[in-house]
Structures are given as C-alpha cells and as structure tokens.
Design a protein around this ligand. Structure first.
Ligand code: ADP
Length: 168
C-alpha cells in the first residue's frame, strides 16, 4: 500500500487522525484554509489557540480538532514568499518537518497536509510542492508513523503539479 496519497478536496472534511493548518503567527485564525478550519472546528479551537501565545514561522503547535472529524490540528506557520532570498525554502521545509515530528509524538497514524504558503503567502507552487514531497518522503523513510500521509489539494494547479511529481 502506498503511504502517500493525493486527494483533491476540503481539508476540513478529511477523516484522518490529524490535519495540518496553514496558520499565521497569531494562531488566532485568518482567511483561506485557516478560516475554514476555525469555522468547522468551532469556537473552542480559538479558545485553545489563545493560550498558545502564537507560533514562529517554520514552527508547529498542536491542538484538539473539536468539531472536525480529525482528532488533532497541527498548526504550522509557513513563510510569506518575498523573492526567495529570505530563507523561504528552508522555513517551508521546517513547517513540514516540525508538523511530522509532532504527528509522530502524538501517535498520529494518518495525517493530511494542505499546500502550505501557496495561497495568500504566494510561495511559488511548483517549488512548494517539491519541497513538501521531498521533506515528507525523507521523513517517512526514517519513521514508522504517520503510516498514511495525504496531500489534500484544493486547486487544479496544485493538483496537476502534485500529480506529476508523485507519479514520475
Ligand atoms: P497561506 O497563507 O499559507 O498561503 P492559504 O490558506 O491562503 O494559506 O492557502 C494555502 C493553500 O490552502 C492554498 O493552496 C489554498 O488553495 C488551500 N486551501 C484553501 N482552502 C482550503 C480547504 N478548505 N481545504 C484544503 N485546502 C484549502
């Protein structure tokens, strides 16, 4: 069985142990996938997030999933793309790595990622996808969990980029 799956759909509907949120430094909600997660999880999520005192770019923090099918939400803060000379690729790599480490720590067997930073943070989609896939593959090679990893893509462009990279 393949450990990495590509699914086009809404992350908030994924029936997995944990989903990853592309959050911002405040962890208090925002637009895009972050807004969708807060709406679907309910106000209890915001209350737990307030106690976390934000999150640094490239780092990750975990909360419960509340009204989501997912038991946990791993909140990570991707870099805002700003010409690529400000450590953006390394910070994005760190988001995936730290999220995976938290997942292992919490015994998460199935984990779903969105395409971190590729929305309003404007990270170039092909580069973001290759960093995501490379980082995940390397981690899965060295760790038994998560057993199942889903790249949950929302837009057509990311879907074809991931499809190409995962199937060649
Ligand atoms: P960022 O600020 O990290 O760029 P965004 O939420 O703006 O975060 O975008 C990240 C990615 O999440 C984008 O590729 C966007 O298409 C995708 N996205 C938006 N809503 C959802 C959703 N409900 N489920 C999965 N992915 C989503």
């Amino acid at each position: 069985m393949k450990r990495i799956k590509l699914i086009r759909g809404d992350l908030t509907r994924m029936e997995v142990d944990a989903i990853v949120n592309a959050a911002n430094n405040s962890l208090l909600g925002g637009g895009g996938v972050d807004g969708a997660i807060h709406r679907a999880a309910g106000p209890e999520l915001l209350a737990e997030c307030r106690a976390l005192n934000g999150c640094a770019t490239g780092d990750a923090k975990i909360t419960k999933g509340y009204h989501l099918p997912a038991k946990f939400i791993i909140h990570t803060v991707g870099p805002v793309w700003n010409n690529g000379l400000h450590g953006e690729p390394e910070l994005l790599r760190s988001c995936y790595k730290k999220s995976l480490e938290l997942a292992t720590q919490y015994n998460v067997l199935s984990l779903a990622f969105p395409n971190i930073s590729t929305g309003v943070y404007h990270f170039p989609k092909p580069l973001a996808a290759s960093i995501a896939i490379e980082t995940v593959k390397e981690y899965l090679k060295q760790n038994k969990t998560p057993e199942e990893l889903i790249f949950c893509v929302f837009d057509e462009e990311n879907y074809s980029i991931y499809y190409e990279l995962l199937n060649r």
